[in-house]
Design a protein around this ligand. Structure first.
Ligand SMILES: [Zn+2]
Length: 152
């Protein structure tokens, strides 16, 4: 595995739309492993491929509960409820803001074995998935902030 360089707000790659992956192969698995390692090294709980300069629809998440999610082409198929809570982002250092997100979502994606998975998520996991999928569409959490929590 290898660490990849994090891209920061102001880098135009973070504003581009990522492309789907047709088939999850070894190259995709290496990317996901590198992303997980980079996420841990930077003490994040989620990372999207554009944040390491790759415009592909790949995200990884680990909330610290022992589960590592690696999602290819993630798509939210259902959502309900709303909760507003603080967020941060490895690409927007030292900035936090409160963002409204759905309380519950259903997400479909391909896992590392190219198998289709459907997952129901709530609370922080749902929030994190929404945040990372936003990255795949060139959206940063600061675009959705309703109230600044703290800066600096
Ligand atoms: Zn982020």
């Amino acid at each position: 595995m290898a660490l990849r360089n994090i891209r920061y707000e102001g880098d135009e790659i973070l504003r581009k739309k990522s492309r789907e992956i047709a088939q999850v192969d070894e190259r995709t698995r290496i990317l996901m492993d590198d992303m997980v390692e980079t996420m841990y090294a930077n003490e994040g709980i989620g990372l999207a491929a554009p944040q390491v300069g790759i415009l592909r629809r790949v995200i990884v998440i680990d909330l610290g509960d022992g589960k590592v999610y690696k999602m290819v082409n993630p798509k939210i198929t259902q959502k309900s409820g709303e909760e507003t809570a603080p967020e941060g982002c490895l690409s927007v250092p030292e900035t936090r803001g409160t963002v409204p997100r759905p309380m519950n979502i259903t997400v479909e994606y391909l896992n590392e074995n190219n198998e289709k998975v459907e997952l129901e998520a709530e609370g922080l996991l749902a929030r994190c998935i929404c945040h990372e999928i936003d990255h795949l569409d060139g959206i940063l959490f600061v675009d959705r902030v309703v109230e600044d929590v703290e800066e600096g």
